[in-house]
Design a protein around this ligand. Sequence first.
Ligand code: PLP
Length: 367
Amino acid sequence: MTLRPPAHVAGLVPYVPGKPIEEVERELGITDSVKLASNENPVGPSPLALAAAREALADVHRYPDDGGWALRQKLAAHLGFAADGIVVGAGSSELIRLAVGAYVGPGDEAVMAAPAFVVYKLAVTAAAGRPVEVPCRDFAHDLDAMLAAVTPRTRIVFVCNPNNPTGTVVTEPAFGRFVDRLPPDLLLVIDEAYIEFVERSDVPDGLAYLREARPGRPPILVLRTFSKIYGLAGLRVGYGLTTPAVAADLNRVRPPFNVSRPALAAAEAALADRAHLETTRAVTLEGRRYLAEALGRLGLEVVPSQANFLLVKTPVKGSALADALLEAGVIVRPVDGYGLPDYVRISVGTRTENERCVAALAARLRG
Ligand code: PLP
C-alpha cells in the first residue's frame, strides 16, 4: 500500500507563484530584470522596518510573542479597533486558511467570485469543502449572483476588494444592500489586501462595516496585509479584523508562533512609518496612471484598476506574451490559471520599471 492523500487533496493544483527574479536572471544570464508579476512594493521595505527586523534577529533563539500581542496593540491603537478582534498571520493567506479551517467542514460551501484570489478556492478544497465560484460580470464581483449562490451550506462568502487579478472594486450602495441580504449564519470575508491603493470614494471600508455591526448581518472578517503597501511580502505578516468570537475561533486553528520575531518587529515599525506608506502610494498611483495610458496608446485594452496592478488584454496568448517579455527581462504574470488565457497581469513598478515594461511591450507588439 502506498500513502496517498484523499481525493480532494490529490486533485489540488498547487499555487503557482510569479517567477522569482533570481530564477529568471539565472536562466537568461542577465542581472537587471524587472519583476512586475507579484503585486509587490517596488519602492522596497521601510528602512524603519528593516532596522527593527535586524534588531529582532538578536533574539531569534527565543520563540516569538505568540499571537503577536504587541503588534495587535499597535494595530488596535492605529485603527481604533479592539485588540481582541485582531488576529495576526503569516501573510493574509494564512488568515484565509484559518477562516476556512475554523468554519468549513467536508461538503460545506464557500462562495467566491471567479476570477478572484486563487487561495480561497485552494483553501476550501483542501478542507474538503466546495468552492462555489460565481463568474464576474465586466471583471467585477456580481454581487446579486453571489447572493443567489448562497445556500444553507454556505459557511463563508469571500469578497476580494479590490479584486485580484482584475483590479476592480465593489462599490456603494450595492455592497451595503448585499451585506444586508446575506444570512447571519455565515462569515463574510472582505479581503482588503490592496485597499490602500483605492482612489475612488464609493468603495466600502470593511472596517466601518465591522464597527457598525447591525443585528441580522453576518459576522465580518476584514483581511489586510503587510505584503503590499508596507513592502514586507518576504517576511509574511497579515492580519484579520473581526469580532472577538470569530477571532477566538481563528485562534483555535492557528498554529502556535505562526509569525516570526523579525516579521512582527518589522510590521510594528512599518505601521509607524507614514512617510514610506505615502511614498509607495504616490509611486503606485502615478505608475498606475502612466501604465494605463501608455498601454492604451499601444492599443491594448486595460481593465480599470484600483489596485497596484493592471489586467491587460493581449493580442496573442497571455503566456506567449509573458514569455516574450521575459526575454527582455520583464516578468509579468500570465493569468491562464484564472481562466484568462488572453490576458496578462502587470504589477505597477517604479517609473523606470514601468517604462522598461512599456518599451518591451511596444517592441514585442511591433515584432
Ligand atoms: N489577498 C489578495 C487579494 C492577494 O492578492 C494576496 C496576495 O497576492 C493576498 C491576499 C495574500 O497576501 P499575503 O499572504 O502576502 O498577505
